[in-house]
Structure formats: structure tokens, C-alpha cells
Design a protein around this ligand. Sequence first.
Ligand code: F3S
Length: 403
Amino acid sequence: MNLTDEEKRMLDGEYGETVGKCMKILVALGEIYGAEKMIEIHNVHSPGVSYRVAGDAGLNYVKEASEQACFKVLTTLNTIGIDSENWEKVGFPSEFSKKQLELSAAYLKMGAIATNTCTPYLAGNIPLAGEHVAWGESSAIAFVNSVIGARTNREGGPSALAAAVTGRVPAYGYHLTENRRGKYLIRVETDLESDRDYAVLGYYAGQIAGKEVPVFEGIKKRPSLENLKALSAAVASSGAVALYHIIGVTPEAPTTETVIGKVETFKFGPEEYRQVTDKFNYRGEVDFVVFGCPHTSIQEIRKIAALLDGKKVKSDVWVCTSRQVKHLADKMGYTNVIAKAGVEIICDTCPVLCPTLVDRGYRNLLTNSGKLAHYAPGLWNVQTGLIEMEDCIKAALQGRWEG
Ligand code: F3S
């Protein structure tokens, strides 16, 4: 790789052992993927910050790095394994929680911002279109590449940390314009309204596209931020999609011609919609309902509060969000309404990254998230229903879902 003098100095350890090690990781990655040079990045969103994922090996690695290095660019943190302020109340195990707090502290020591969320774009990390960044967390990667039009590969914990310490990533993959063209064209032939509709579309498209770039054509009504958040999460879980385009909506796709490479065409109509929803069609008694995968926006919390106002749920319900959004919800009085209905607002974490759900013995789960519906059966051996937010609330109030 062609390195600048500054990058060579980093590699040679002139800025300390940790910077040297980080540069070695990035050079090795660049050589594997045929990068010719490094690119300066604007910011990092770091995954691998849940102790559930990092374990002791990750904790020791990050603690050691934090003794010598600090982050060179804005670095936000992904979802962690506990609600950092309420872990005892929620019932997270003490040993796990202490290790999580140690891991978070090591990141903060290096200068990370404690966003603890998979929606950093709702918490102040919003790059501009065309900027190079280094993000982890599949749903956030798909969102930042596609909706914002910034450029990232799929970073893991060690590569994101290396990028944060050096301010560089190797120039390959989605950093290069030629790799951002669509490979699968999906003609949308049904009306899409809700987040669940977009989750279903994303789920369908992810199965087709795998790790390639799908392009959606024919979406009539302009999607909301929440719709696109749901689409980004689902398309990155049934497949490994890191970038998609929506003609006339996302910034790199003003017309089909601008983003289409060599293409295969599919349709998404009522039949394809049903194929996905038939897969997640649990009916019966309801143990657990989850909103906020990815973490809820203030708009979603407002809607949940309105649907729950003056009522009481029979099932366990979690609303997962960032502490920033929860703060707003507190101010607006939504938290109170939701708590009175018997629903927990959980910050910083989510069912997938926290340690306790297996112990709770849930047999089923309802959600409006395509990502959670996809992962829950494998993680906790539960049956899942992928239904509208309104129906999730109805089911939680009755303790049953009959469809
Ligand atoms: Fe976020 Fe956890 Fe879902 S990190 S996208 S809420 S699995």
C-alpha cells in the first residue's frame, strides 16, 4: 500500500505501540482487500462494545489500548449489554454489569461519546453525504451508506478501534464509487406505509441480495426516517446488505440509470409480502413484546405513549432506546405514560445484546422489527410475530394475539 509519511510514522510506532498496532491491522486489511492507500475518515461508530460480544479478551484488549491511545476522530458507541443507569433495577447480573461498565469506561477514556445506541444518527453522529466514515452495527451501516450517503465498510470492533485511533481506513469496498452500484433491481408493486411494511420489504430484499447492493424502484410514497431505519435493519439481517438505493429518495439514486450496474430484476408485490409475514406469524398467548430494534426515535415513543395512555399491559413489554431519546421522552411526559401502563423503557441496550433474556423463559415474542423477528427464534427458541406497532400494543393489552 502507498502510505503517507504520517501513516508510515504511525506504522513504525512513533506515536506509541497502540497506534502502531492499529495501523498494522488496517494495513493488513488493506492488503487482503487490495487497497492502494488509506483514506482519512470523519468519524467512527464503534461496535463490539457490549461485554456480551467482547468478553474478557475484548475487555483486556480495549483496556490495554486505553492506557496508551486516544481517539483521533469523533467516535460514538454502539448498544452495550446493560442499561447503564438502571442495571440493578432491570435485573442484569452484577458480575456482567461491572465488566460492561469497565469496558465502557475504557472506551470513554480514549474519548468515545457514550451514545450506547444502534441509532447514532439520532444522537449526534450524522456525517454528510460522500464523507468517509468507519461504522459498525449492521443496521447503522446500511442506514449511513444508503440514507445518508456517507461511505463505510462493515467494521468490526478491532477495525473500528484502529480507525478511531488512527483516523484512517484502507480504501476498498464501499469507499470506492465503483462498488456502490446496484446489482439487484426490486420493483415494488405494493403500497408501503408502516415501519413493518418496510421491515418486510427489507427482509425480502436481503434474502435476494445477500451482501450485494439492491435498488428499490416504484416506492410511491416518500418513506419516513423510521421507515428507512426499519428497512436498513431488516435488509442487513436476512442478508448482509450494507448499502441499498431507493430511486428518487436516497442521495445516490436520483434515477435508476445513475445506480444500476449489471442487474437482475425481481418484483415485490402482495404475494412476496405474504411470503415474509407467513414466516413470522405467531398467534396465541403473548409473553414478550419489543419495540426499538433499532432503538426507537422520539416519534415512535410518542406514538407508543399515545396508544398506551390510560391502559395497562398484560404481557412484558420493552421499549429500547438511547438515553438521549429517553431524556426527550422524560421531558415530554411520554415516559410517565408508558411506565404507568406497565411498560419498561430500556436505555443503552436491547434484548439481543443484554445477558438476561434466556433466563426469563419466554416462549414467544411480538415485534414490528424485521431484524428482531429474524434473530429471536435462534437466540431464545421463541416463536415470533412480525406485526404492526398498533397490533403489538393491542396484543400486549390483551395478553393474546389472534391476528
Ligand atoms: Fe439495535 Fe440491538 Fe436491534 S443493537 S438494531 S436493538 S439487535
